[in-house]
Write a protein of this length. Structure first.
Length: 157
């Protein structure tokens, strides 16, 4: 009888250890609201919103915009060549990675791209947020767009 009690106590202690270990292993230290569901990248909350750029060429005015959403989706558009793009994005180390991109130019059939990386920086000018990033239409020829191609987009209020 003594041997049997010892075996049951040992089994009970092992089971208790396994339960506690499993509980701690199941804990997740990250906040799922911060994760981009497309690849686990982070969302820069300062980036969320719509950013606009107006360019004036003589009597012509061109309008460009990015909209970055909290859920990790984005939209880009411009009036210069009627370009539109949408997809997912995530942010790391001053770079935005765009994924699952659908891109439309004028009346052409939509194109799909997998990954495009843009450097970016959010600054302040005259007390207002300023997004420095390239035009999205650079994706037609480039997989990586650096600060040499930055334009100045202002946050829409």
């Amino acid at each position: 009888m003594t041997k049997r009690k010892f075996n049951l106590r040992t089994v009970a202690a092992i089971i208790a250890c396994l339960v506690v270990t499993t509980m701690f292993a199941a804990c997740d230290k990250t906040n799922p609201d911060d994760d981009n569901k497309n690849g686990g990248g982070k969302i820069d909350q300062k980036l969320v919103g719509t950013w606009e750029l107006y360019e004036y060429w003589g009597s012509l005015t061109y309008y460009y915009y990015y909209t970055f959403n909290k859920d990790g989706s984005f939209v880009y558009g411009d009036s210069r060549a009627n370009r539109k793009a949408s997809g997912k994005y995530s942010v790391a180390n001053g770079k935005i990675t765009f994924t699952n991109i659908t891109y439309k130019y004028n009346e052409d059939a939509p194109l799909s791209f997998t990954n495009k990386v843009f450097e970016y920086k959010i600054e302040s000018e005259d007390g207002k947020p300023l997004l420095r990033i390239g035009y999205f239409w650079f994706i037609e020829d480039e997989d990586y767009v650096g600060e040499d191609d930055w334009r100045r987009f202002r946050q829409k209020v």
